[in-house]
Ligand binder design. Structure first.
Ligand SMILES: [Zn+2]
Length: 574
């Protein structure tokens, strides 16, 4: 890092948010976040790097920008004069600083943009430098982190600057193909050609608190539409709500989040599950419980009434996906959004670890209180939820991470909006994608496995089911309403539907029953979590060494066996 602030550090600065006059050193200590109102002021690339990477670990790439003025651009001053002024003003050679560094000991290549340099605009030199940073990541097989701050493409270089969107995107695609993690960190502001390319086509998109991102700027949109913009338009929280970013992270937590992502993205040559965990993530010792075995239980001698099981499966105290992520897995980093317009609260997912090994966990999320249930739409996924799950499954496959799904839904969201947004197609796409996903998938029915909405997360190499969970083509109430005089016949319907774990185990739909504590999972959530973890570990482990082609072939065979045709010899069926 050669660049330093060219001007003498001023003693005081005025907060752009609350206008408080702040002692500059105090502001620096607080990472340039106003201690009064929390506004994150803009950071130059050198300061940003200092905050993010391990001390003294940054090595700039050797490349220098070539001097270009491809279209001889002159406005009130010639473009070369503007470039010179920007260099003098910032001490930087261009609007991006690229190099390699470690974060929490994890190596990465970084490209950090600087808004002070001609508005962080993307020109031919910036595009080339970021591309070289991506190529370095590929060479060294390390993740790439892009910190964006830009008004968009550099007008002074005409359409050639537009081409840089494709150049850099191509480099991001090469990392994708190589299974290397790419992360963009959106800082304020990120607009135009940068927003529409490498700021958003990375694997994980992190927005710093207060960042705004969009294709068109608010002024342009107001002019074109003639309408007032909604509150918080294009802010980080708006982006999160609309499924555009994975997370909003305050500056003080940014480095830690990136370290966690890099730790998870390093999975290419995995240790087998069950091998000694690395020093950084010791397995939490847990009390052994009599139920914590991973072997299938025999169906209980006295079979409970299936209706009683339905009620247990729906018990509000039953552990949810987020509970299991807290108790059965380590280091959960939640990823949000379908990148198309929504972030469905009924589906949660992200990177987590089991015995120190990174994996992707995706599940339906209900809740324990009425308010939680309402906020999570009772675990009924919208099309956006299914698309988020799909995005995370594909990301897992690219990174070589196994997928664990936790199924607990009464069914997919049956609303008008869901229909308008293509609920059927969204479910269909997930089912199809899972049949060909080239990475191990273990599904656990933890509560209610309701019809197609459940199957959208349950086409797996191994399908496990908690002892008191249910899995059914239709709810007992729904079935009763159709086939009995009325819904009060739900208990009879529950008996007829064969929806309990022992029934489904006998039918081969479920490979293994995960035993629950004596009075069911809600009575002892910790024991339930231990049993779930042990079962996932035992079922995942043998899958890890299988070549993807074998895995996919067996998975398809597994689901093929439920067919009921009676043909002669089917030579091609294996
Ligand atoms: Zn302030």
């Amino acid at each position: 890092m050669t660049a330093t602030a060219p001007r003498e550090e001023q003693l005081w600065s005025r907060c752009a948010g609350c206008a408080t006059l702040l002692y500059r050193k105090r502001l620096r200590r607080n990472l340039d976040v106003c201690p009064e109102c929390g506004v994150h002021s803009r950071l130059g690339a050198p300061d940003r790097l200092r905050q993010l990477v391990d001390p003294d670990s940054f090595r700039p790439l050797p490349d220098d920008p070539a001097d270009v003025d491809p279209i001889g651009f002159v406005d009130v001053v010639p473009y070369p004069h503007r470039l010179t002024a920007a260099r003098t003003g910032t001490g930087l050679a261009e609007a991006v600083l690229c190099g390699t560094a470690t974060l929490g000991g994890h190596p990465a290549a970084l490209a950090v943009m600087d808004f002070r340099f001609l508005g962080g605009s993307l020109g031919c030199a910036v595009g080339e430098l970021i591309t070289r940073a991506a190529e370095r990541a590929l060479e060294e097989r390390v993740p790439l982190i892009l910190v964006t701050a830009s008004g968009g493409a550099r007008m002074q270089e005409g359409v050639l600057s537009l081409m840089q969107m494709a150049t850099v995107s191509q480099a991001v695609a090469a990392l994708r193909e190589a299974g290397l993690l790419t992360v963009s960190v959106l800082t304020d502001p990120t607009y135009g050609g940068v927003a529409a390319s490498f700021a958003t086509n990375t694997d994980v998109v992190v927005a710093e608190s207060g960042a705004r991102m969009g294709f068109a700027g608010p002024r342009v949109i107001r002019q074109v539409t003639g309408r007032a913009l909604p509150d918080g338009f294009q802010t980080a929280d708006f982006l999160l709500r609309h499924g555009q970013v994975d997370m909003v992270v305050p500056r003080r937590a940014l480095r830690g989040r990136l370290v966690a992502l890099l730790a998870a993205g390093r999975a290419r040559r995995p240790r087998p599950i069950g091998a000694a965990a690395p020093a950084t993530s010791p397995p939490v010792p847990r009390q052994p419980t009599p139920h914590a075995t991973a072997t299938a239980v025999d169906p209980p001698a006295e079979v409970a009434d299936p209706w009683a099981t339905v009620r247990l499966a729906r018990h509000p105290g039953r552990p949810t996906t987020l509970d299991y992520l807290e108790s059965a897995f380590d280091g959960f980093v939640e990823l949000h959004g379908d990148r198309l317009g929504g972030d469905c609260p009924a589906v949660v997912g992200g990177l987590a670890r089991l015995d120190g090994r990174p994996l992707m966990v995706i599940g339906h999320q209900k809740g324990h209180t009425t308010a939680e249930l309402v906020a999570r739409n009772f675990g009924m996924a919208s099309p956006a939820g299914h698309r988020k799950a799909l995005r995370l499954m594909r990301l897992a496959a690219r990174l070589g991470l196994p997928v664990v799904t936790l199924v607990d839904t009464p069914g997919a969201d049956p609303g008008v909006g869901a229909e308008e947004q293509g609920q059927a197609a969204a479910i269909a796409e997930n089912i199809l994608a899972l049949t060909v996903l080239p990475t191990p998938v273990v599904a656990v029915i933890t509560g209610e496995g309701g019809s197609g909405g459940a199957l959208a997360l349950a086409v797996a190499d191994r399908v496990l089911m908690l002892q008191h969970a249910v899995y059914s083509v239709i709810s007992p109430e729904g079935c009763a309403a159709i086939l009995w005089p009325d819904r009060s016949a739900a208990p009879q319907a529950a008996r007829a539907l064969r929806l309990t774990a022992p029934d489904l185990h006998r039918l081969g739909v479920v490979d293994e029953i995960v035993p629950e504590p004596a009075d069911a999972a809600h009575a002892d959530p910790d024991a339930a979590a231990t049993a779930l973890r042990d079962a996932v570990r035992a079922n995942l482990s043998p899958l890890l060494d299988l070549p993807p082609a074998t895995l996919v072939r067996r998975r398809r065979q597994r689901f093929r066996r439920f067919g009921a045709a009676r043909a002669g010899n089917r030579a091609g069926a294996r």
